[in-house]
Every structure is written in structure tokens, then in C-alpha cells.
Design a protein around this ligand. Structure first.
Ligand code: HSE
Length: 306
């Protein structure tokens, strides 16, 4: 029986002005999945190392994503999956997306790659549905395609890979509390003022342009969220101070990573990204919040076969 191991990276969704549409793939943190072909049809999650998550395939994001692929390809095929969790669930850096995307890339590889990475997004999204009730694609897309991605539409699925400026670095601070995506979605308001929609659209267009032109000052001006951050920031300890100090330390912009509680900052250059990390750590040291930090360049490849 054949087998494969994959590295499935973490990701930052939303990126301030792109709620549910923008995402970017990280390099330095992720899950490892070991997948082997099995004689029994379906998916069996044999072991999860590092986190307490459901082993039942229909309740596990990797299991659900794998089953969605097999339902389309051939339900008679079977695979066992062992997951080493490097990403904490509920941290806001795409824990469920990494496992879901890693599972479908590994299975696709063992099947001889019948699907493109873009086609795998639809299966991985099913993992998101079981994790939070909504099959959003803004985390799974960058994890599968690499770099920055824009989800223009989920039905029909239309995902575009954007440009990744070479010097752009991502700093993440994760306060050690869990915020479930479903809860962070429940606090959002259903209605917008036209003014907010106009400002958000303008920033989203400008951010995408800034990425393509590698115009770091335009990226700086565009990293503004008029819709989600004002509501969700209340769930994150010390958010406004983190943002203020990270930007003072040179970040181009600072916002909530996905549905939080992690906070991300984009910087030009590794040195600035490290200074931004130190500034954010200082805020949490002062108020006594335990944290993890990650500093990462942009991962332009996404899930990697090991
Ligand atoms: N766009 C999603 C949200 C990402 O913000 O709810 C969840 O990681």
C-alpha cells in the first residue's frame, strides 16, 4: 500500500479589509499529515498527536474533506490519516484549513493527482463547514494554492492567486485563549451602512493593487477594516494596544488573523517583522497574557509533499 506525508501550513484569512475573501499562506507553522492507502473504503483517522480532536471521520475536518473527495472520485477507495497538529485549534491561523487541505492534497497525490490544486478547494471547504458551520474558502485557498488568494465567489467557486511581494513578512501573536470561529461569526452584524461598504471596497481594491505593484505604502494605507475588526476586537485581550505598538514598531498594518484571537501584522523586511513581534510580546508581558509568536515569510507553494 502506498503512503505519503505532507506539511500543511497555517494561514491568515481576511487581512483586514478582505473578510471571507482574502487569505495568505504562512511558512513557519503547520500540521503534518501521514496518509496511507487502506483496503477498507472511506477515511479512518488513526491518530491525532498534539491536540484533543475527534477521531470520527465525519466529525474531523480532514476526514470530512477526504470523504468529500472520495465521494466525487470513487467511494470504494480508502485511506488512513494520522495527524500531527502543529496549529492550535481556535487560534485564528487556519488550524482546520491546514488539516483539511493537507488531507486532500495527500489523497490526491496517492490517487495520481486527478484533481488540480484549485479543484481541491471545494473538498477542503467541506472540512471548514464541519469546523464552523460555514464553508468559507479564504483559509483553504492560500493553503492549497500558496501566496495571497482572493475568493471572488464560492458558488461557483472562483479563486484568484495574487502577487506576493518578496519582502513582505508576517508577524503573528497568539494569546493563549480559544475563540471558536462559529462564535466569532455569531457576533457579527447582518447589516452594513453604505459608507462602510464603500470604504471597505476601496481598501480591498487598493490592497490587491498594492500587492501587485509591490507598493508597500499603498499596502500600508489599505490595511483598514471598517466592518469586522470594530466588533471582533472586543474578543481579543489588549487588541488596540497591540495594534498601536506594532504599527509604531514599523508594521505596515495590524489586524485580526481570521476570526482571532491571533493578531497579525504585515511588515516590509524580516528585521521590522521581528521588532514588531517584540513590541507585541511586550504588551502581553505587561498585561500578563500568555502567548505564542510566529514570524513568517509568505509561503508561495502551499501544502508540501514531504
Ligand atoms: N473569514 C473567516 C472568518 C475566517 O473571519 O470568520 C475564519 O478563520
Amino acid at each position: 500500500m502506498s503512503n505519503v506525508s505532507v506539511f500543511a501550513p497555517a494561514s491568515v484569512a481576511n487581512i483586514s479589509c478582505g473578510f471571507d475573501v482574502l487569505g495568505v499562506c504562512l511558512k513557519s507553522v503547520g500540521d503534518i499529515l501521514h496518509i496511507e492507502e487502506a483496503s477498507k473504503p472511506g477515511i479512518e483517522i488513526t491518530e491525532i498527536i498534539g491536540q484533543d480532536l475527534p477521531l470520527e471521520a465525519t466529525k474531523n475536518v480532514a476526514g470530512v474533506a477526504g470523504l468529500a473527495l472520495l465521494a466525487d472520485y470513487n467511494p470504494e477507495r480508502g485511506f488512513n490519516i494520522k495527524i500531527e497538529k502543529g496549529i492550535k485549534p481556535g487560534s485564528g491561523i487556519g488550524s482546520s484549513s491546514a488539516s483539511a487541505a493537507g488531507a486532500v492534497v495527500g489523497i490526491n497525490h496517492l490517487l495520481g493527482n486527478p484533481y488540480t490544486r484549485n479543484q481541491l478547494i471545494a473538498f477542503a471547504m467541506e472540512g471548514e463547514r464541519v469546523a464552523c458551520g460555514t464553508a468559507h474558502a479564504d483559509n483553504v485557498s492560500p493553503v492549497l494554492l500558496g501566496g495571497f488568494t482572493l475568493v471572488r465567489s464560492v458558488n461557483p467557486l472562483d479563486v484568484i492567486t495574487l502577487n506576493s511581494p518578496l519582502e513582505l513578512m508576517i508577524t503573528i501573536i497568539h494569546p493563549e485563549i480559544e475563540v471558536k470561529t462559529a462564535d466569532a461569526r455569531a457576533v457579527l452584524l447582518d447589516k452594513l451602512h453604505l459608507k462602510q461598504a464603500v470604504a471597505q471596497t476601496a481598501n480591498l481594491g487598493a490592497l490587491v493593487t498594492g500587492l501587485f505593484k509591490e507598493d508597500y505604502e499603498l499596502i500600508r494605507r489599505s490595511l483598514v477594516d471598517h466592518i469586522v475588526e470594530p466588533v471582533r476586537s472586543m474578543l481579543i485581550p489588549g487588541f488596540s494596544e497591540l495594534k498601536k505598538r506594532a504599527n509604531q514598531a514599523g508594521a505596515l498594518g495590524t489586524g485580526i488573523s481570521g476570526s482571532g484571537p491571533s493578531v497579525f501584522a504585515l511588515s516590509k523586511g524580516m528585521e521590522t517583522a521581528q521588532n514588531v513581534g517584540l513590541a507585541m510580546q511586550k504588551v502581553y508581558d505587561e498585561i500578563g497574557v500568555p502567548y505564542d509568536t510566529y514570524i513568517s515569510p509568505i509561503n508561495e507553494k502551499g501544502v508540501k509533499i514531504l
